[in-house]
Design a protein around this ligand. Structure first.
Ligand code: ACO
Length: 407
């Protein structure tokens, strides 16, 4: 059914009013047929398919295909899609030197967004957003090259040599090898790790008009190229209130452990809003019940840690925090539940990723969603440049003093 909404431009013409909507809490910026969320019921579906079914029975690239093209691929379509991605995994050798110019302590999210923007410079003759073949080719390039750039950002930060992609491997296994393999010894992919990462990437693949996706669509609405738009999305994801929360959760858990203050005292500080401290990984603009992705991630966390033989005291702190928060009136009244980021960091850590790579992993997961949204908006003739209004609160007209000169 058509969602219930008033058309903003008609409303303005008829009433002469604009709507002031801080944080766009009640403003639909677009129609979209990609992802459905019911925040009260905790429902998430990609193109109609429930997230739990996809996480259990699909692959990340199949989900990427579904999001971007609207339907699940046939066997031939899937093979063609994955083969095309395989063919594009290599980076231009000059782009590899780009990493040399950055300090080794550079945050991998800054490296990723800069390198993705820089990537466009190698394809300047094929950036026409009105040419469907070029859009398609750049979609495949981004899916193929972003994981490689991400792995190089990781290798750079630990001072290890970059590896070439191994195209005999699948998408996730190749990514793991690029991150954890080295030139000195063969790398054998752990199937537990591979399955868990595949699942996490699927869970992150889209989430309708979140801050980074809205950024991608907004930049795209100016007809800026797809690399510039995705790079902007990565920058929006970086913030701790969005994708950066997975890194912030782990920092928070570590601080609780190291300070010895205990979960009770920490929760008190959150409730008293001492120094603006928040329970990271909790709360969501849309979900006012348990985030369905968090439920699946939590199941994975136990499974993965057990399978990898890792026991992490941070998981115990996280579970204690969750129990405490879920039974506390502050969180109940505000309907704050764990979001997708609450448990992911614990899994990424067990896999061996440094904390600073967590949001990069989110970006790889979210990439198909960004691409699907960019293309949906780009294909829609009704798309207009995104240009919000403001309510001006500054001074009324005034004038420079007589005889004014600039010093
Ligand atoms: N800890 C403590 N209090 C919180 C939290 C939290 N994590 N989240 C919201 N609140 C409180 C606010 O202080 C506010 O209380 P008040 O009514 O007394 O002022 C109330 O709940 C409403 O919060 P808002 O900030 O208005 O909610 P909004 O929808 O704007 O923000 C957000 C949503 C940014 C996700 C917020 O819940 C938050 O900061 N969470 C922590 C960061 C985080 O985990 N981000 C990841 C989001 S999911 C994702 O991007 C994948």
């Amino acid at each position: 059914a058509e969602p219930h909404a008033i058309d903003g431009s008609t409303f303005m013409k008829q009433t002469g009013f604009s709507l002031l909507d801080n944080g766009f809490v009640n403003t639909a910026s677009t129609k979209s047929s990609i992802t459905y969320i019911d925040g009260n019921e905790g429902i998430l579906r990609y193109r109609g398919y429930p997230i739990a079914e996809l996480a259990e029975r699909s692959t990340f690239l199949e989900v990427a295909y579904l999001l971007i093209y609207g339907e699940l691929p046939t066997t031939e379509q899937y093979e063609d899609f994955t083969n095309r991605i395989r063919r594009h995994t290599l980076l231009h050798e000059d782009l590899k030197r780009f990493f040399d110019a950055l300090p080794s302590h550079a945050h991998p999210m800054s490296v990723l967004s800069s390198a993705v923007n820089a990537l466009s410079t190698y394809y300047e003759s094929s950036l026409d957003v009105h040419n469907p073949d070029m859009v398609e080719e750049n979609t495949i390039r981004l899916l193929a090259k972003i994981p490689v750039i991400a792995a190089y950002a990781h290798k750079k930060s630990i001072g290890q040599a970059f590896l070439y992609p191994d195209n005999s491997l699948g998408f996730v296994d190749n990514f793991l090898k690029l991150n954890f393999g080295n030139l000195a010894e063969p790398y054998v992919v752990d199937p537990v790790l591979s399955k868990a990462l595949e699942r996490l990437l699927i869970l992150h693949a889209d989430h309708e008009q979140n801050a980074s996706t809205s950024t991608v669509r907004l930049v795209g609405s100016t007809e800026a190229n797809i690399y510039a738009s995705i790079s902007a999305g990565i920058s929006a994801l970086y913030g701790p209130l969005h994708g950066g929360a997975n890194e912030a959760v782990l920092k928070m858990l570590g601080e609780i452990r190291d300070s010895g203050e205990g979960v009770d005292r920490f929760v008190e500080r959150v409730k008293n809003k001492e120094d603006g401290v928040r329970l990271m990984g909790f709360g969501h603009r849309v979900y006012k019940s348990y985030d369905p992705r968090a439920k699946l991630v939590k199941e994975s966390a136990d499974e993965v840690l057990a399978a990898l033989g890792v026991s992490d005291p941070l998981l115990d702190i996280a579970m204690e925090l969750e129990q405490h928060a879920l039974s506390d009136d502050y969180f109940k009244e505000r309907r704050l539940y764990p979001n997708v980021d609450f448990y992911t960091g614990i899994i990424y850590k067990a896999m061996g990723f440094p904390t600073r790579m967590f949001t990069v992993l989110f970006a790889i997961g979210r990439l198909p969603g960004w691409l699907a949204h960019w293309r949906e908006a780009n294909d829609d003739p009704k798309t207009r440049i995104g240009r919000p209004q403001q309510l001006y609160t500054g001074p009324a007209e005034r004038h420079l003093p007589e005889g004014h000169v600039t010093h």
